[in-house]
Ligand binder design. Structure first.
Ligand code: SF4
Length: 471
């Protein structure tokens, strides 16, 4: 039976696609590309599985819990909708019989791709739900990675965005299967990255979060090739990237925050940019451990660097620098002495924000074959001991902020912040760090708006958070 619209010759309703994005910020940027392309082609997105013509699940395959969550979500989508395309890291994982793990567990999925596969995903969508023809929408330019900020869909709030500068990784850490899933390092051309950053700032982004598997290695794969941007030569290298991003951010009154930076000597070069306020004095350095023998067993990059000395030099060059890191407790063969060494490092290094995982074997990782696997209870116990020290260090460092005046980017401000709100200072990355709880402004004329900056006087610290009075 035809609807009144179709009998009058109007376009049929646009096909709808349900979308679930799991995993890390790098997976999120893949999701944004696919959603942008879907929109550019005239598909609509559906909030429910049942109401969609098909469902795309962007999966994570990093640790066993993430694999389980991804497989469960695929199962739910199959049960409620029946037509499911799978993409992302888990899609690249091989099963036992030669195909993919996803197809082994869920043979009814329509298609499976690995990460960073917008075109393959779109090809699969076209096969199962033909592309709508709309003469207006067909004029919308293709969603190109370099212009994503202009025409693209972002899954983050309007005022901050993750920007992926490279894909893959040249390291082979023994606990990690990412290189197997995402391949070796491939750096995006610097001109594309800078065009995208400019477009993001122009669209209102006030905080750009630079992500990759190994941000300090940017450009290594292309031997720091000289690219072009704005008609000028620019090297594909971390320092030049930070310098140019810093200039762009300054022109738009915005922040640039770096994630996943390994402590190589050349990272020292960007400290002056931080000290000068061009990029945030914040470094997310995934140390994972401190003891040289454990780092060797982990095959960690930059494990030979003198990390305590490096941190001291960074703090000398930029006293306000905030260091975030993640660690693994209970790695195979970790002795009590090695673990104690890690706790001492944490104390001495004064890591502002530290997260810790109890070691958990990941299917396919080389560390599974290492001798000296520790019982789960011991791994958990060490994690708890680690976190107790980490929290004490972090709390003491937060106390030192009381009385300071800080710039805060407002994330929440109901009723224009008349009763207060919540935001973050340069020391807080979204979702992984603390926040600044903003009190109601004393001046009746002062309002708070999401996505804008306010200055706040820090009046207290509570847990991982600070409390600030907008001024
Ligand atoms: S640096 Fe190590 S942990 Fe990070 S993605 Fe590469 S192999 Fe994995």
């Amino acid at each position: 039976m035809s609807s009144p619209e179709s009998s009058s010759g109007a376009a049929a309703p646009a096909p709808t696609v349900g979308f679930v994005s799991l995993g890390c910020p790098k997976a999120l940027t893949d999701s944004e590309l696919i959603l942008t392309q879907l929109r550019a082609e005239g598909y609509q997105t559906s909030k429910t599985f049942a109401g969609a013509d098909l469902v795309i699940v962007n999966t994570c395959g990093f640790i066993d819990d993430a694999v389980k969550e991804s497989l469960d979500t695929i199962g739910e989508a199959l049960a409620e909708n029946g037509r499911v395309i799978v993409t992302g890291c888990l899609g690249a994982k091989a099963g036992h019989a030669g195909g993919t793990l996803v197809q082994e567990v869920h043979p009814k999925v329509l298609a499976v791709t690995g990460p960073q596969a917008t075109q393959e995903v779109m090809d699969a969508v076209h096969r199962h739900v033909p592309k709508p023809h709309d003469p207006f929408i067909d004029l919308v330019p293709e969603a190109r990675a370099e212009f994503r900020g202009l025409a693209g869909i972002k899954l983050t709030p309007k005022h901050y965005a993750y920007q992926k500068i490279s894909e893959g990784c040249n390291h082979r850490c023994t606990f990690c299967i990412i290189p197997g899933m995402r391949g070796d390092l491939v750096s995006r051309p610097i001109g594309d990255v800078l065009n995208e950053a400019r477009a993001l700032f122009e669209s209102g982004v006030k905080e750009l979060l630079v992500v990759s598997q190994d941000t300090s290695a940017y450009g290594v794969d292309v031997r720091y090739r000289t690219g072009f941007w704005d008609g000028k030569p620019v090297k594909t290298r971390l320092f030049e990237l930070c310098e140019a991003l810093g200039n762009l951010a300054e022109a738009h009154g915005a922040w640039v925050r770096l994630h996943y930076v390994y402590p190589y000597p050349h990272v020292d070069e960007i400290l002056p940019l931080m000290a000068a306020g061009r990029i945030l004095p914040y470094l997310d350095v995934p140390f994972q451990h401190a003891h040289p023998d454990v780092l060797r067993r982990m095959k960690r990059p930059a494990s030979g660097e003198r990390n305590l000395e490096r941190l001291a030099a960074w703090r000398a060059a930029c006293p306000e620098i905030v260091v975030r890191s993640t660690f693994i407790a209970g790695f195979p063969g970790e002795t009590e002495e090695e673990f104690q060494y890690l706790l001492d490092f944490l104390h001495e290094a004064q890591i502002d924000r530290a997260g810790c995982f109890a070691y958990s074997p990941v299917e396919g990782a080389a560390a599974n074959a290492l001798p000296g696997q520790l019982p789960q209870a011991l791994r958990e116990e060490r994690r708890a001991r680690f976190m107790a020290v980490a929290e004490a260090v972090s709390a003491a460092r937060l106390q030192r902020r009381i009385g300071a005046s800080m710039q805060v980017l407002v994330d929440q401000a109901p009723a224009l912040g008349r009763k207060g709100g919540r935001g973050r200072s340069y020391a807080d990355a979204p979702e992984i760090d603390g926040t600044v709880r903003l009190l109601a402004p004393e001046k009746a004329s002062k309002t708070l708006k999401v996505g804008e900056f306010t200055r706040a006087r820090i009046v207290a610290a509570e847990g991982h958070d600070l409390v600030g009075l907008p001024i």
